[in-house]
Write a protein of this length. Structure first.
Lengths: 383, 311
């Protein structure tokens, strides 16, 4: 028992003396988190366990989980790219293009909302059925082939054992509710807090070079305003974790489009508006985490910006101008744009410094972690 | 006239959920380990009264609500629309007729109040406030003070230095809100008032973010080692205040006196985000808060502030 734990125990005793509640019993799962990182929220109905995480990892990388056995989750979420992919928009198992870019899964346990623009989707358990069963567009294409997919899982000895160990109370554990629970548990272990930036914050002053440090000043300045939406633990303002009593679920219009002089976005990608129908929600999307942003391009909800430099130029301009074509319009003039996207001037050196800082958010330990890689050594699994 | 029953010691204890351990953990880090318990002991001692301070956000005579437009605010013809309004209040004291001050020991509710800091929240996350807001609102501060029949109240807008530069990720609520934090160096937005002037096309954002500046941390991700050069925490003193009958009014019309929300100095943040480089947009706002923009301290006793009053 370290000094801090002793102090806590002493406090717990005092609290008991005051008539407070007894301390929680020891949890069966321990989060391996660096100091300064709070534990994520875990739904009571889906507690963490090693067996469940192992099972979820197998399922995540298994093409048998798609209707036609062509794709797994990992087909669009590549570990070495912080679980994004290099395509602008994803293509489902039946060849249908998705309107959106595959969002990264690093630290997804802390995401206040899942996917790019859905205020109602707040747990991974609710999100996972979308790629599994969604039909508009088809992603994994399980709809109509549920029994077939489950039969495939039943036929795999590693699953018969894996589901039984992960869900010991369930007499017939191989079903989609448990598939979803295991996938969620695995994704909650995708923790990325070991970038040069993190090491610098933890006191390793040599972890950031001069350019990255200058870029950090720019990033956190009122001149650039980056941190208003990309601040905090995840470099995103849409964060949830243990101890948060007031849920923040923000979405922003960044002036990426203005197809109608009224702030409109292309019809197949209108953001929160698609769900609420509220004109003020047009073009509002979740600010993605900037951790590992160096390897998560192309950028934006539709993958329409190829490089970090191009992203910075759009924000410097205060919105994107598209000169011609069906999406022509000047996002800088959008009446719906966030007030924090007001534009700024950067010298080429400053832009390079800012990129150097963003690259300091790359966590090589995470990207190369063998625990996040395809566990199937032969045959059926894998992207 | 509101009547607040005297809380029993054991019900107070029972109200502390599992989160109280969190609060205590944070207190350990702050070097004030027994604060929650101390206030409890005081509450059990029978020497204190329960008090609830009621606040209201207004635009002149009208209640301040998300998305509504208000004309006649400051130097702009408006209308000015509300998009966010929250503030931290700390160091609350009640004042007796003899001038003696008694600190209000805040209830530690693990949502709105922690240590000496309370969050007031006048946005409900709806419509125009949905970009940054939360559905929950809060217009009261509750606690206990060893005083009878107070006739005045004193408090600061802001978070005290020793709580202002910690990591939001590990702080208890309400000090873990991303929307209210800048970074370690700057600390919290003491007051966040996001406005949009709809009198111009396109509508112009005017955000007032009050917080400490000129903090001596070497990088934005490190806390300063000594108090910031410009603390920017207005001291508010209100007399003729009976907590059981009166309301503390926070008035947009007062805060915007002489402020033109329809324009913004080019190449500065929209509105006033307390930046030392933004004196034109910040000057009148700071004056209305009773603060010197140049020093970040009260001008006089902040007695010239136009933002807060008793009704």
């Amino acid at each position: 028992m370290g000094p801090k734990r002793r102090a806590l125990a002493a406090l717990a005793a005092v609290a008991a003396g005051c008539g407070g509640a007894p301390p929680d019993s020891t949890p069966s799962w321990t989060w391996a988190l660096p100091s300064g990182v709070p534990p994520p929220e875990v739904p009571e109905a889906n507690p963490m366990s090693e067996a469940k995480v192992d099972l979820g990892r197998r399922l995540f990388f298994d093409v048998r989980l798609s209707g036609n056995e062509e794709q797994s989750c990992a087909s669009c979420h590549h570990p070495e790219r912080a679980f994004t992919e290099p395509r602008a928009v994803s293509v489902g198992s039946t060849g249908e293009a998705h309107p959106r870019n595959a969002p990264g899964l690093a630290n997804v346990a802390y995401a206040a909302t899942l996917t790019w623009a859905n205020p109602l989707l707040v747990t991974l358990e609710r999100q996972a059925p979308i790629p599994l069963f969604g039909e508009h567009p088809v992603e994994l294409g399980v709809v109509g082939r549920e029994a077939e997919v489950l039969a495939r899982l039943e036929a795999e000895p590693l699953y018969r054992d894996g589901f039984a160990r992960a869900f010991p109370e369930d007499p017939a554990p191989i079903h989609f509710d448990n598939v979803v629970r295991a996938l969620a548990a695995f994704q909650r272990t995708l923790l990325s807090f070991d970038s040069p930036y993190d090491r610098f914050v933890r006191g390793e002053t040599g972890a950031l070079g001069a350019a990255a440090r200058r870029g950090m000043e720019l990033f956190f300045s009122e001149r650039l305003e980056c941190f208003h939406c990309h601040g905090g633990l995840l470099f995103s303002d849409a964060v949830a974790h243990d101890g948060r009593a007031l849920a923040e679920r923000p979405f922003h219009n960044t002036g990426l489009y203005n197809v109608d002089q009224a702030g409109g976005y292309p019809r197949d990608n209108t953001g929160v508006f698609e769900l609420t129908g509220d004109p003020r929600d047009m073009g509002r999307f979740r600010a993605p985490s900037l951790r590992n942003v160096e390897v998560t391009g192309p950028y934006m909800h539709d993958g329409s910006v190829p490089t970090l430099e191009a992203v910075i130029d759009i924000y410097a301009r205060g919105g994107r101008r598209i000169a011609s074509g069906p999406h022509a319009g000047d996002g800088a003039e959008s009446p719906l744009k966030s007030p924090f996207v007001s534009g700024f001037e950067l010298t080429p050196e400053e832009r390079a410094d800012l990129v150097a800082f963003l690259e300091s958010l790359t966590d090589r330990t995470f990207l190369e972690d063998p625990r996040h890689r395809n566990p199937w050594t032969q045959g059926r699994g894998g992207p | 006239m509101r009547v607040y029953p005297r809380r029993q010691c054991d019900t107070f204890a029972a109200r502390r959920g599992p989160g109280s351990l969190l609060a205590m953990r944070a207190s350990v880090a702050l070097g004030a380990p027994l604060l929650p318990c101390l206030s409890l002991v005081l509450a059990c001692g029978g020497e204190t009264e329960d008090y609830t301070l009621s606040f209201e956000a207004r635009a002149g005579g009208a209640p301040l609500r998300c998305g509504e437009g208000y004309t006649g605010m400051g130097a702009s013809s408006g209308p000015v629309e509300l998009r966010d309004f929250r503030l931290y209040v700390s160091d609350v004291r009640l004042v007796g007729a003899d001038g003696a001050e008694a600190p209000l020991e805040l209830d530690q509710d693990v949502v709105w109040q922690h240590a000496s800091v309370a969050l007031l929240d006048f946005e409900d996350g709806s419509g125009a406030c949905s970009a940054s807001g939360t559905p929950e609102t809060r217009a009261v501060i509750t606690g206990q003070a060893a005083i009878d029949a107070p006739t005045g109240v004193r408090f600061r807008i802001g978070v005290p230095f020793d709580l202002n530069h910690l990591d939001t990720a590990t702080q208890p609520s309400p000090l873990n809100l991303g929307a209210m934090f800048w970074n370690w160096r700057g600390g919290y937005k003491f007051l966040r008032l996001d406005l949009r002037d709809r009198g111009v096309q396109p509508p112009s954002a005017f955000n007032i973010h009050l917080g400490a500046t000129a903090c001596d941390a070497p990088t934005p991700v490190q806390p300063p080692s000594s108090p910031c050069g410009r603390p920017n925490r207005p001291d508010i003193a209100l007399d003729g205040f009976d907590p059981s009958a009166d309301t503390i009014v926070l008035d947009l019309a007062g805060l915007l006196t002489g402020v033109d929300t329809s324009t913004n100095t080019p190449m500065t943040p929209p509105g006033c985000m307390s930046a030392p480089t933004d004196p034109d947009d910040c000057g009148p706002v700071f004056q209305n808060l009773g603060l010197s923009f140049a020093s970040g301290a009260c001008t006089g006793d902040c007695a010239g502030q136009r933002f807060v009053r008793v009704e």
